[in-house]
Design a protein around this ligand. Structure first.
Ligand SMILES: [Fe+2]
Ligand SMILES: [Fe+2]
Length: 245
């Protein structure tokens, strides 16, 4: 039995400061999961999402439920897909005026195409972001999963991997946590097998991510995985990707 209300921002279980501020779109069988990390007077908005009015308004409302958006000092963009970053120019209007957008080098070229005005910090594999509290986030590049400039972010404090489209899922019966959905692996296959083209980059990404201890995986679509993580990693290794070839 879930004890969260997806109509509002939800504090991710096992954490004190990571909020899901996304939405599910039952008609499309697709959820979009921006996450907000609050650390003292600083906050990070991860993959802020679409600029479609209904989507943006939902994410913005949920952000404003838990924080003054002007405390958001960074927005991390894991790759340049519109579902995760087309809203950047809209958020620029309400977040800290000196907001920094963080993206992998190759993605950083595309971010301004959305009409952003802020500084884009281009990062590469192993680069870190350190907040004023000393909390560190590590950027791990995952080339070709599913863009050349894709990356994921690891929060060293909570051992959370923000995995972008890796471990993402399509599901008409969306739940915030993967263990609430007995068909999550099927939902995960439905997204990943067509959207990731080749096995080699996927195995490389999984190998790199497995070098850090992971307590939870927060993907950009689908559900948070915080139980039986090994089961999902094994399922990912066995995916039959490139399904549309
Ligand atoms: Fe994507
Ligand atoms: Fe996506």
């Amino acid at each position: 039995m879930s004890n969260y209300d997806p109509n509002h921002a939800v504090l991710i279980r096992g954490t004190e400061d990571i909020y899901w501020v996304g939405f599910s779109d039952p008609k499309a069988g697709f959820s979009n999961n921006p996450y907000l990390v609050i650390d003292g007077d600083e906050a990070i908005l991860i993959d802020p999402g679409s600029r479609a009015e209904e989507h943006y308004n939902t994410v913005r409302r949920k952000v404003e439920e838990v924080i003054d958006p002007r405390k958001i000092k960074y927005m991390i963009v894991h790759h340049q897909d519109p579902d995760l970053c087309a809203s950047l120019p809209l958020f620029e209007e309400i977040v800290a005026p000196d907001i920094k957008i963080i993206a992998q080098i190759r993605t950083s070229l595309f971010v301004p195409y959305y009409g952003t005005k802020s500084e884009v910090i281009a990062v590469d594999d192993g680069d870190t972001l350190e907040l004023s509290s000393g909390r560190k986030f590590i950027f791990i590049t995952t080339p070709y999963v599913h863009f050349a400039g894709s990356m994921v972010t690891y929060d060293t404090k909570t051992k959370t991997l923000f995995s972008s489209d890796i471990f993402a899922a399509f599901s008409f019966n969306w739940t915030l946590y993967a263990d609430e959905n007995e068909y999550y692996i099927e939902a995960f296959k439905a997204f990943t097998e067509p959207y990731i083209g080749c096995k080699e980059p996927l195995l490389s990404a999984l190998e790199k991510a497995s070098k850090v201890p992971i307590e939870r995986i927060c993907p950009q679509h689908g559900s948070v995985i915080d139980k039986d993580i090994e089961k999902y990693i094994l399922a990912a290794k066995n995916l039959d990707v490139g399904a549309w070839l």
